[in-house]
Every structure is written in structure tokens, then in C-alpha cells.
Design a protein around this ligand. Structure first.
Ligand SMILES: [Mg+2]
Length: 237
């Protein structure tokens, strides 16, 4: 095992349980804005929201839409078929959703125990494309923040993962060489390919074993884990 000194963790769905927390926050919005007038069940609304949200994040990642457009549009799109075109309402819902999200504190299984074990031996940083106004709150409220020396957010850096400029800035700030770094993340394109193309080793975190077909990946990650606790074992050897 190379002599890693810097562990760079993605935040959403790697340490902070984005899927579960954002679903709970969206359910709060569904209730708060009486969206059962339009959607018979939360699941129907959630499906419509997710479809639009994923498309919008892809466009945002390619810098084809702005953050403020994404913020409004992901709440407006599911209401448009019902004749609702109120952008200020959608913006208000967007803000309420982010506030609710930031209050949720569920972390991924074994996240805290793993960080507790690693942080005395390695320099730990967060590398995230998430919105800066919520990422810090999420880190603090979920008890994750104390383990990290640095929090690198794409909004501050001006480039998103997987762009090499993002990683250049992170390593420069840390004073780290590529060989000393290891990226841990759940997003193949942003985290794994980003680090791979930049020349940094990667740990692809796939919590759901069944969801991955290793042979279908364009390039094999340095490591694949299904449980964060496996990181401690992996780094020992
Ligand atoms: Mg992620």
C-alpha cells in the first residue's frame, strides 16, 4: 500500500447520507406546501422531482445552467404540468428544502467510527460539489466537521469535480503530492474518474453490493469497498 498521508472524502452519499436525508427533507416540503393537491402520494411527487433534479444537476455540472436556475427549476418543473408557473414560490420551496436538508443528520453506516479511527493518522479533507451554504451546516450538525482539516467546495474553488483544476487547487492548498493522496467517493464520474485522470488513487465506495457490475466500469478504480469500515483494513496493508 502506498504511503498515503492525505485522505480526500466526498461528502454526499459517501459520509453524509444524502439519499435518506434529502428524501426526508423533500417529504417535509411535500407536507409544508400541501403538494398532495397535485400528487396523490409523496412517492409520485418524489419520482417527478428526482427525474428533473438529476437532469438539472447534469446540466449544472456541464455549466450549461446556473445554480440559481437549478435552485428554482427543480421545484417548478414538477408543478408546471398543473399550470403553476410561480418562480418565486419555487425559489422559496428551494430554500426551505435546503434548510430542511441541513437539519438532517443521518450519516452513512460506520462513517463516524471510520473517521474516528483514521483522523489521528491521516490528514482528512472534504472535497464536494454541493452548495456551500448547506455543506458546512451538514458537516457541523451531523458531527462530521471535527475530523477534517480542510473543506474544499467546488463553488469556492471555481471548478467542479471531475475537473483537473479542482484537484490541482486541492493538492496545492494541502501542499500534497499526487502519490500522497487517496480520494474516497461514491460517484464514479466525479470522484473516481476525476481522481484517476488527475493521477490520484481512488477508493470507489459502493454501499449496495448488488448495484455494481465491475466489468462494466470503463476503468477499474484502485479499490472498491462496500462498507466504510473496510477503509481501515485497506489502509493497514
Ligand atoms: Mg457523493
Amino acid at each position: 500500500m502506498p504511503n498515503y498521508r492525505f485522505l480526500l472524502f466526498d461528502l454526499d452519499d459517501t459520509l453524509w447520507n444524502f439519499k435518506e436525508n434529502s428524501k426526508a427533507a423533500l417529504e417535509d416540503i411535500f407536507d409544508q406546501y400541501n403538494l398532495q393537491h397535485y400528487y396523490a402520494t409523496f412517492d409520485e411527487y418524489s419520482k417527478s422531482y428526482e427525474e428533473n433534479n438529476q437532469t438539472l444537476w447534469r446540466l449544472y455540472g456541464k455549466q450549461q445552467i446556473t445554480k440559481s436556475f437549478l435552485h428554482v427549476e427543480r421545484f417548478l418543473a414538477p408543478l408546471r404540468p398543473f399550470g403553476i408557473l410561480d418562480t418565486s414560490l419555487a425559489g422559496e420551496m428551494g430554500t426551505a428544502f435546503l434548510d430542511r436538508c441541513a437539519e438532517k443528520t443521518t450519516t452513512m453506516p460506520h462513517a463516524i467510527e471510520t473517521l474516528e479511527y483514521l483522523y489521528s493518522q491521516y490528514n482528512l479533507s472534504i472535497i464536494s460539489n454541493g452548495f456551500s451554504e448547506v455543506q458546512y451546516k451538514k458537516l457541523h450538525r451531523s458531527g462530521l466537521s471535527s475530523y477534517f482539516s480542510h473543506v474544499f467546495l467546488s463553488e469556492t474553488i471555481g471548478y467542479q469535480k471531475p475537473k483537473p483544476e479542482f484537484f490541482t487547487e486541492v493538492l496545492c492548498e494541502l501542499g500534497a503530492s499526487k502519490e500522497e493522496c487517496l480520494v474516497i467517493g461514491d460517484n464514479y464520474e466525479a470522484d473516481i474518474e476525476g481522481a484517476m485522470n488527475f493521477g490520484v488513487d481512488q477508493v470507489y465506495y459502493v454501499p449496495d453490493k448488488e448495484s455494481i457490475d465491475k466489468t462494466a466500469l470503463p476503468n477499474a478504480p484502485t479499490h472498491i469497498i462496500h462498507d466504510l469500515a473496510d477503509l481501515c483494513q485497506l489502509l493497514k496493508y
